[in-house]
Design a protein around this ligand. Structure first.
Ligand SMILES: Cc1ncc(COP(=O)(O)O)c(C=O)c1O
Length: 414
């Protein structure tokens, strides 16, 4: 999940002087505050998934909230690759990459990812969160600055803070403000990090202008393309390739395997010097068990299919166009997004929850995204489309959206 806000939590009620706060009691009080503000998060168990259909609480719901943008998560070839590798190699990798966990399947996947993204080398991480933490922690030191878009994903923000660099944020996609942040510490080593496609808004970062700024200011550009890989670019190589930027302009490219590729895990791609350095210094790479080799085998098949099946991207684009055109007819307050992420801004957290519940009554699952994942007053339905959807699914969603109350209090689009 993305986040626009750096989370800082205050002590709920200060303890009496000389009394030590009970940590779990304090946490419980903070959870109760969230409940009160309609911001409490709840887990839902999905009993079964079949394409875009999800079963939960004994009901079959049509889902519009998964990141399986190309519809690969249940592809028979991925399943076969996973089974084959599990038959041959077992389940767990047994250790960290640098001990004896780095298997042939990992090496093959790294080669395929480097080739696809046009980078010298790639390095696998178990999750995107770890990839961003590890990369920033290896690259940055105290005294450096890390300049970031305010709507960057939580793990980029956390990465800069954990690395001890000074985090300097700029208003969303505002290049001049980014330039001012870089200019504020001209002597400091600088990393400028941006989502390629913003996870909660769906828009694409001004990558060419960010690259030009970094070249001018001698800053290193890092792009997190979790939501662009597989979806954008001629053969799905992502938002950076779509902007015709190579390794020189974007020396640090990170993307995940758990979204359009339908698997799990992540990678960083770049020069041999970058990858060698990460191998030495990225603690979330070094001190953790390598992902199961069977998962790497499935991801390798996903890369082949994502590159080859241009029809999946074409179908997704056609569904996006259909949805946007009809939503505009209905006057729905969609954000301006060309990607599979089509957020419907509702403003108030309770309004977003009400809208999600109303859709569920129509047999649709769309999650309400509320602060702190998005800024205050910008709660929304994060609608996502996938090549696994059909035209009639999109029409069904639009029919249900058209019934949401307007002009009343709860559920009113702003
Ligand atoms: C932009 C972005 N970066 C990184 C991540 C984290 O990736 P992972 O789920 O593999 O930890 C996500 C979402 O999960 C994301 O949306």
């Amino acid at each position: 999940m993305g986040v626009g806000a750096v989370q800082r939590r205050e002590t709920a009620t200060p303890p009496a002087p000389g009394t030590r706060a009970g940590l779990i009691e304090r946490l419980a009080a903070q959870t109760a505050e969230r409940e009160h503000a309609s911001l409490r998060r709840r887990l839902r168990t999905i009993e079964h998934a079949e394409g875009p259909w999800l079963e939960s609480d004994g009901r079959r719901l049509l889902g519009f909230c998964s990141n399986d943008y190309l519809g690969l998560a249940q592809h028979p070839q991925l399943i076969a690759a996973l089974k084959r590798a599990a038959d041959d190699e077992g389940v767990g990798s047994g250790s960290a990459h640098l001990v004896c966990g780095h298997r042939r399947e990992h090496a093959q996947l790294e080669e395929a990812l480097a080739e696809w993204t046009g980078r010298e080398r790639a390095l696998l991480f178990s999750t995107g969160y770890m990839a961003n933490l590890g990369t920033m922690q290896a690259l940055l030191a105290r005294g450096d600055i890390c300049v970031q878009d305010k709507l960057n994903h939580a793990c980029l923000l956390d990465g800069a803070q954990l690395a001890g660099a000074e985090l300097k944020r700029y208003p969303h996609a505002d290049i001049e403000a980014a330039a001012r942040q870089l200019a504020s510490r001209p002597g400091a080593a600088a990393l400028l990090a941006s989502d390629g496609v913003f996870s909660m808004d769906g828009d694409v970062a001004p990558l060419a202008r960010l690259a030009a700024l970094c070249a001018r200011e001698n800053a290193t550009l890092m792009v997190d393309d979790a939501h662009g890989l597989g979806v954008l670019g001629a053969d799905g190589a992502g938002s950076v390739a779509a902007a015709s930027l190579g390794q020189r302009e974007v020396p640090v490219l990170m993307a995940t395997l758990g979204k359009a590729l339908g698997c799990s895990g992540a990678f960083v791609a770049g020069s041999a010097a970058l990858i060698d350095g990460l191998l030495q210094f990225a603690r979330p790479y070094i001190y953790t068990t390598a992902m199961p080799p069977a998962l790497a085998a499935a991801a390798c098949t996903a890369v082949e299919l994502a590159r080859r099946d241009g029809w999946r991207r074409d179908k997704l684009q056609a569904l996006i166009a259909r949805f946007r055109a009809d939503a505009a007819q209905l006057g729905l307050p969609l954000l301006d997004s060309p990607s599979a992420i089509q957020p419907l801004l509702l403003g108030d957290a309770q309004a977003a929850l009400n809208a999600a519940q109303a859709l569920e009554r129509h047999g649709l699952l769309v999650t309400a995204i509320r602060p702190p994942t998005v800024p205050q007053g910008q709660a929304r339905l994060r609608i996502t489309l996938s090549a696994a959807h059909e035209d009639e699914h999109v029409d069904r969603l639009l029919d249900a959206l058209a019934t949401l109350p307007r002009g009343g209090s709860a559920g009113r689009p702003v």
